[in-house]
Design a binder for this molecule. Structure first.
Ligand SMILES: Nc1ncnc2c1ncn2[C@@H]1O[C@H](COP(=O)(O)OP(=O)(O)O)[C@@H](O)[C@H]1O
Ligand SMILES: [Mg+2]
Length: 323
């Protein structure tokens, strides 16, 4: 499925994957503040089921108006449920989990929600997806302009990231092809113990190639244009930083995917201190190491532009992470 195209320069980022506690909300809130400080109009959307707490990172009370009011038609305009944060250029919308995780939420409804979000006046929209791996979350991740995976340098977090990526990757491939036979092959590949002997994406491409060369070509094109992004959080050593590169190499080798390593944020006690004070770290302690890391990533995002083939950076990603 193609990402919904923007007519204007608005960019919708989603932040997901990883585990609960990996720092998705912390980084979403603080990147939002950094971009708002630059003068961009930023809207944060809290879509974390049962764990909506972006407001706390921004020092505001749980909003009384949520997206549910819009979905249930208690308010007519999505703009009525957006609340100011007290920080210039930064607004917040909560309650997207209602639609994102509802068992009966259809893809049509999700697209409708995305379209409504598209009508919002802003330059950047960040959707905190929470840790879920549901089809709704995957679709939202795939339909946005750029999906960011949050990972910490622990094996459990890395495992979750691969699992999320694998689900998103196969789902995207399935949405790309139209042949029923090929869709069945992809479904089979998602089950590692499938009887067709498909153990890797390469096996899958080969199997599809044997039945439909055109679909195999489309799948390859889709693989090339799918560029998920990665942020490594709570980094404690130089060796930890390398994990981002290792994940990127593994994705290239296994899936044939070009993962974009946006950068890392160091583990810093100041993060926790700022949350206790309910103040965004980049405002509370702008000189802290973690704040500087977040700011650097925010500036990279400001530098990136979306084109029809996916993400395009103004510098190469190695330069971006290593500089
Ligand atoms: N870079 C960091 N350094 C130190 N602690 C961090 C860092 N990032 C996140 N944390 C801690 O992890 C906790 C969970 O972060 P949060 O953003 O709520 O995770 P998520 O939204 O992924 O569940 C925070 O309360 C904070 O104490
Ligand atoms: Mg969270």
């Amino acid at each position: 499925m193609d990402p919904i195209q923007n007519n204007d320069q608005k960019v919708i980022w989603t932040i997901g994957g990883g585990k609960g506690g990996s720092g998705k909300s912390f980084i979403t809130a603080n990147i939002g503040v950094c971009l708002a400080e630059l003068g961009a109009r930023v809207i944060l959307i809290d879509a974390d089921l049962g764990g909506a707490n972006l407001h706390t990172f921004l020092g505001i009370s749980p909003p009384s108006h949520t997206l549910s009011d819009f979905i249930k038609k208690r308010v007519a305009d999505l703009r009525e449920v957006i609340i100011p944060t007290g920080i210039p250029n930064l607004q917040l919308l909560t309650g997207a989990e209602d639609l994102l995780n509802a068992a009966d939420a259809k893809s049509v409804q999700r697209r409708k929600l995305l379209r409504s979000i598209q009508t919002l006046e802003g330059d950047y929209i960040f959707v905190d997806l929470g840790a879920g791996n549901s089809l709704s979350v995957l679709d939202f991740f795939l339909m946005s302009d750029g999906g960011i995976l949050m990972v910490t340098p622990e094996p459990t977090s890395i495992e979750n990231t691969y699992r999320f990526l694998k689900s998103a990757f196969y789902r995207r491939l399935k949405q790309t092809v139209s042949s029923y036979r090929v869709k069945t092959l992809i479904e089979g590949a998602m089950d590692r113990k499938n009887e067709m002997g498909i153990r890797s994406p390469q096996d899958l491409f080969q199997a599809v190639m044997d039945v439909d060369e055109g679909e195999a070509k489309r799948m390859l094109e889709e693989t090339e244009s799918f560029r998920p992004n990665l942020i490594l959080n709570q980094v404690r050593s130089k060796k930890d930083i390398e994990i981002g590169f290792a994940i990127r190499s593994a994705c290239q080798k296994y899936f044939g995917l070009r993962l974009h390593y946006l950068g890392y944020v160091v583990f810093d006690q100041e993060v926790s201190d700022s949350i206790r004070k309910r103040r965004p770290l980049v405002l509370e302690n702008a000189r802290s190491r973690a704040a500087q890391c977040v700011r650097e990533i925010a500036y990279k995002l400001a530098d990136l532009r979306i084109d029809s083939s996916g993400m395009k950076g103004s510098r190469t990603e190695d330069e971006q992470v290593e500089s």
